[in-house]
Design a protein around this ligand. Structure first.
Ligand SMILES: [Zn+2]
Length: 75
């Protein structure tokens, strides 16, 4: 039982970008991006094909983030 619980806590997450289950990475607005993809995103140049793919994926996160900000900040 104890072992089961531990596995649940440290289970890897699916990366938003590469969809692979990874242990290390960052959490961004509820999304998970692995270390490797984070590095790739930072190194990608504007105009590169992969850059467009990253931006497209990150847009989804941004939208989520904007919605949350709208909810949290009263106007
Ligand atoms: Zn990844």
């Amino acid at each position: 039982m104890k072992q089961l619980l531990n596995e649940n806590i440290i289970r890897s997450k699916d990366c938003l970008i590469c969809s692979a289950p990874k242990d290390k990475g960052i959490h961004l607005a509820g999304a998970f991006i692995c270390d490797e993809c984070e590095r790739n995103i930072v190194q990608a140049e504007v105009g590169e094909r992969r850059y467009a793919i990253y931006i497209d994926r990150l847009k989804k996160v941004r939208n989520e983030l904007c919605e949350r900000i709208d909810e949290e900040v009263p106007r």
